[in-house]
Ligand binder design. Structure first.
Ligand SMILES: Cc1cc2nc3c(=O)[nH]c(=O)nc-3n(C[C@H](O)[C@H](O)[C@H](O)COP(=O)(O)OP(=O)(O)OC[C@H]3O[C@@H](n4cnc5c(N)ncnc54)[C@H](O)[C@@H]3O)c2cc1C
Length: 420
């Protein structure tokens, strides 16, 4: 059966009423559905279940059985990690925290009936809904590219098979070949991500294919940790990387995946590998729920509640995050605020003022790690930066190695905070 909003409302309300009946009798627990089992969603599900000690029924909807973190996927491409080391399963969330893990796509949200429809045909009622579906790409953002071309020109901005494909393509580039990256406009997932990726690819090429070239076509005049990356590229990969900003047409780019060419400001360049990272928007389910304004979902940072529906909390990359960058650390930090707000709304637990933090690490070359980070607080208008820090150019090798070691500890910590 195909649902439209009208027919769905009709059946949904009746079914929801039937399902809610036991709650009136005091038998049922409040229900939370979390859509997306990534950095934001897995953390939120775990903190809601753990913190409420069984008082709230938590269902996590996530299509994949293995979650590959985008964080450290660049290190996999660079040969510093195995793919298996960035794969995580949902078993502990089910067995240790009692979370009902449903491996399916959420394909519809009826905000009046408070139900989520699943691709497999089922549906889930909720008292509070948490949305952390990450990003999707804006159609037509890069001329000549759409997802049907992602095997010829991978984005590798959702980790797993795309990361494997990009790594394999780089490793089989012809001697002296050309790698091109089409970088995205702001705001996008992981501001230093494309530039860490270029560093890792240069690391591979320096070892396997030292006469190869890297071109970055970038619509932005500057990017995260720019001075640190440029210093690192000069130190490690001198002459290999050519960054083309908007002054030189980096913002006027199209690609031809069949011909394997990139056209920058009218000039056609044949390439051997092309990593297209298109402009981004909130995961599609947010649009389907009608809680986006423009490309992202506006939220009240004090609770991560949608500004368009108080029964929905949006976190991670999908939300309009004020001053916070779109990162796994940000999503994890926001998830804890959302979990606290959900527990406070549905049980008698306390709500404290929202505080957030973020650090983005990048590896530029072997043991050459850099970082940028900040703390944030929620104001009525937005998530506002309080103070920050950044690695400096010219730092000692010992300090850079310590920063890399710190990032390894962070990875172990955040993934166990997500998956138990
Ligand atoms: C190359 C790269 C490097 C990065 N490095 C770092 C780093 O070093 N540090 C850092 O903090 N961050 C890093 N990030 C960013 C980080 O990966 C993201 O910011 C983070 O994953 C966002 O979390 P999220 O919960 O919003 O989305 P995700 O982690 O992407 O999770 C979204 C989940 O929702 C699921 N989903 C989507 N739609 C539906 C639906 N309709 N129904 C059910 N499930 C759905 C998806 O399958 C996915 O598992 C990096 C990103 C990239 C691409």
């Amino acid at each position: 059966m195909t649902f439209n909003r009208r027919t769905f409302l009709g059946t949904g309300v009746a079914a929801a009423a039937a399902l809610q009946a036991p709650m009136v009798l005091g038998a049922a627990k409040p229900r939370v559905v979390v859509i997306g089992g990534g950095a934001g969603g897995a953390t939120a599900a775990r903190y809601i279940a753990k913190g409420s000690k069984g008082a709230i029924d938590v269902t996590l909807v996530e299509p994949s059985r293995s979650y590959y973190t985008c964080f450290f996927s660049n290190l996999y491409i660079g040969g510093f990690r195995e793919l298996s080391s960035i794969a995580h399963s949902y078993g502990k969330l089910a067995s240790e925290y009692g979370i009902n893990v449903v491996h399916d796509w959420a394909v519809g949200i009826d905000r009046d009936a408070k139900t989520v429809t699943l691709a497999g045909g089922g549906w889930l009622p909720y008292d509070r809904l948490v949305l952390s579906p990450g990003i999707d790409f804006i159609d037509g953002a890069v001329g000549g590219w759409d997802v049907t071309a992602q095997n010829k020109m991978p984005h590798a901005y959702k980790a797993g098979s795309q990361s494997e494909l990009l790594k394999a393509q780089i490793e089989s580039m012809p001697e002296g070949g050309t790698f091109a990256m089409v970088a995205p406009p702001n705001p996008f997932r992981c501001p230093p991500g494309p530039y860490e990726r270029v560093s890792m690819i240069a690391h591979v090429l320096k070892e396997r294919n030292p006469t190869a070239k890297i071109i970055i076509a970038d619509p932005k005049p500057k990017f995260s940790k720019m001075a640190l990356f440029q210093e690192g590229w000069a130190n490690h990969y001198d002459g290999m990387i050519d960054w083309i900003g908007p002054d030189f047409g980096g913002d006027i780019v199209s690609v031809d995946p069949d011909a394997m060419t990139v056209t920058i400001d009218g000039e056609i360049t044949p390439v051997d590998v092309c990593n297209v990272i298109p402009a981004m928007k909130a995961g599609r389910i947010c649009e389907m729920a009608g809680i986006t304004e423009g490309n992202w979902a506006p939220v009240d940072g004090r609770t991560m509640q949608s500004r368009l529906d108080e029964n929905i909390h949006v976190l991670g990359d999908a939300c309009a995050q004020g001053d916070m960058p779109k990162s796994g650390f940000s999503a994890n930090s926001q998830a804890k605020v959302a979990a606290m707000a959900v527990r406070a709304a549905l049980t008698d637990s306390k709500m404290f003022p929202a505080k957030f933090s973020n650090t983005c690490w990048s590896l530029i070359g072997t043991n050459d790690g850099v970082k940028v980070g900040a703390t944030y607080e929620a104001t009525e208008e937005k998530i506002a930066k309080v103070d920050g820090f950044i690695s400096q150019t010219g730092e000692s090798g010992e300090l850079r190695e310590a920063t890399y070691e710190e990032s390894i500890g962070w990875y172990a910590g955040i993934t166990s905070d997500m998956f138990g």
